[in-house]
Design a protein around this ligand. Structure first.
Ligand code: SAM
Length: 246
């Protein structure tokens, strides 16, 4: 299952998507932290910290942070775990990983969520922050998440979700579709950074609804599948890999 239809204006075939997305994030990597910081009114760090705690990340856990990007989720997780050594950060973009490596001494893997080069039953917590739209298949991605988690392991996927009401939808489109890319260009003077934020909007606009994400998680074998939504916009998809029956 695709997270959004093929965006023909961006890449010609589904197979061409990973290379396109990689180039986009490599190009915008050095601006990413600043853009996210002011774009979300400086709430990003504290929100990531709070949401990890609320969903039960605890010292002693072994965490896989998929689509770690510049390490914004992993840095907050390390504060909770008391160590970065218990964290494996995975991302296909060399540019994003290079920034993350400067921030914490975690383990780093350059790979995609759809094909994780790590052993079965390795982690008891798995996070993915704001990257679900970038995979080529929700089905393959969730099967991989299920495979690498230990029985009883927890999954937490963060996303920004377009609101359904007309007024909120209008404001959301105005901000993410117009203002955010414009301000990104103004502040960074980078066409690549602006393009990254334009694509951010295009994928949010065309993303499958939360019900499809929840259905794909259940189909991959997860239990306790649910979505909480802070302010109706900030989706927190959580699920558990159940213990095998005795
Ligand atoms: C918007 S950034 C999110 C970074 C970080 N998780 C955060 O909370 O800010 C999206 C990240 O997803 C990564 N990405 C793109 N395609 C991916 C894939 N197929 N599998 C895993 N990560 C992917 C990008 O390289 C980028 O670093």
């Amino acid at each position: 299952m695709l997270p959004h239809p093929t965006l023909a204006t961006r890449y010609a075939t589904p197979e061409a998507k990973p290379e396109f997305v990689n180039r986009l994030f490599d190009g915008g990597a050095k601006h990413y932290d600043a853009i996210v910081d002011w774009g979300f009114l400086r709430s990003g760090t504290s929100y990531r910290h709070w949401v990890l705690k609320r969903h039960g990340l605890l010292p002693g856990d072994h965490l896989l942070d998929v689509a770690c990007g510049t390490g914004l989720v992993a840095v907050e997780a390390a504060k909770i775990l008391g160590t970065a050594q218990a964290i494996t950060c995975l991302d296909p973009s060399a540019g994003m990983l290079a920034v993350a490596r400067t921030k914490l001494p975690a383990h780093f893997v350059q790979a995609r969520a759809e094909k994780i080069p790590l052993a079965d039953n390795s982690f008891n917590f798995l996070t993915m922050g704001y990257a679900l739209r970038h995979v080529t298949s929700l089905t393959e991605t969730f099967q991989e998440f299920h495979r690498v988690l230990k029985p009883g392991g927890k999954l937490l996927i963060l996303e920004v979700t377009k609101p359904t009401g007309p007024a909120a939808g209008f404001l959301f489109r105005l901000y993410f579709g117009r203002l955010y890319p414009f301000l990104t260009r103004l502040f960074t003077r980078s066409n690549e950074a602006q393009d990254m934020m334009r694509y951010y909007w295009e994928t949010m606009d065309t993303c499958v609804p939360p019900s499809a994400v929840l259905g794909a998680l259940a189909a991959a074998g997860f239990t306790a599948v649910k979505r909480d939504a802070a302010l109706g916009l900030f989706s927190e998809y959580s699920a558990v890999k159940s213990n095998p029956l005795p």
